[in-house]
Design a protein around this ligand. Structure first.
Ligand code: 5GP
Ligand code: MG
Length: 178
């Protein structure tokens, strides 16, 4: 399946499932080595990171916990700039090593905002694990501890990421065909 149609748009295959899983395994190995004795709490940012978090956690072998938060700032093809609230974080984060698990860092605004919202929770340290990074789009300073794959500044779908709600179930990553 090299081209997929989602609603009014066509997307071309860019990153295969195998390539994605290899990159995730490498990230997990680094996390396993770095955070061995830290009992990290992984915070998966829904909805986009659900598939990444699931595969990442299968390669994580150290004692750790996983939780899920929800926030969204992206509607259609362009970032709205609005950052919404964080929902669902009920864990006590005091003294914890936290790893935020995100699908993609575009401008970095969402991640910067999320990290700021953890500021009041007495977290010991915060790491960021992102499946994708668009280095050319970055406008905010965010820690980039674990980046699986860097991509150009194009709109992509698949592997958890959507176009208008659709395409999250695709096993690979597809780029918008202009
Ligand atoms: P940022 O705040 O870094 O500009 O945007 C981050 C959020 O925008 C991501 O969590 C993701 O939901 C969405 N996003 C950014 N780039 C893309 C993209 O190429 N495709 C999709 N589907 N979502 C994106
Ligand atoms: Mg996201």
């Amino acid at each position: 399946m090299d081209i997929v149609q989602i609603k009014d748009k066509r997307f071309g295959l860019t990153i295969s499932e195998k390539e994605i899983l290899n990159a995730i395994e490498s990230v997990a190995q680094r996390i396993n080595a770095d955070l061995q004795d830290k009992n990290p709490l992984f915070i998966c940012v829904l909805n986009g990171a659900f598939m990444f978090a699931a595969d990442l956690m299968k390669f994580v072998t150290i004692p750790s916990e996983v939780t899920f938060v929800k926030l969204s700032s992206y509607e259609g093809l362009m970032s709205t700039g609005k950052v919404k609230e964080v929902f669902g974080l009920t864990e006590n984060l005091s003294g914890r090593t936290v790893v935020i698990v995100e699908d993609i860092i575009d401008t970095g605004k969402t991640m910067a905002n999320l990290i700021e919202s953890l500021g009041s929770k007495n977290v010991a340290e915060v790491y960021v694990a992102t499946l994708l990074l668009k280095p050319e789009a970055m406008e905010h300073t965010v820690p980039l501890d674990y980046v699986a794959i860097e991509i150009p500044n194009d709109f992509i779908v698949g592997y958890g990421l959507d176009y208008d709600g659709y395409g999250r179930n695709l096993r690979a990553i597809y780029t918008l065909i202009p």
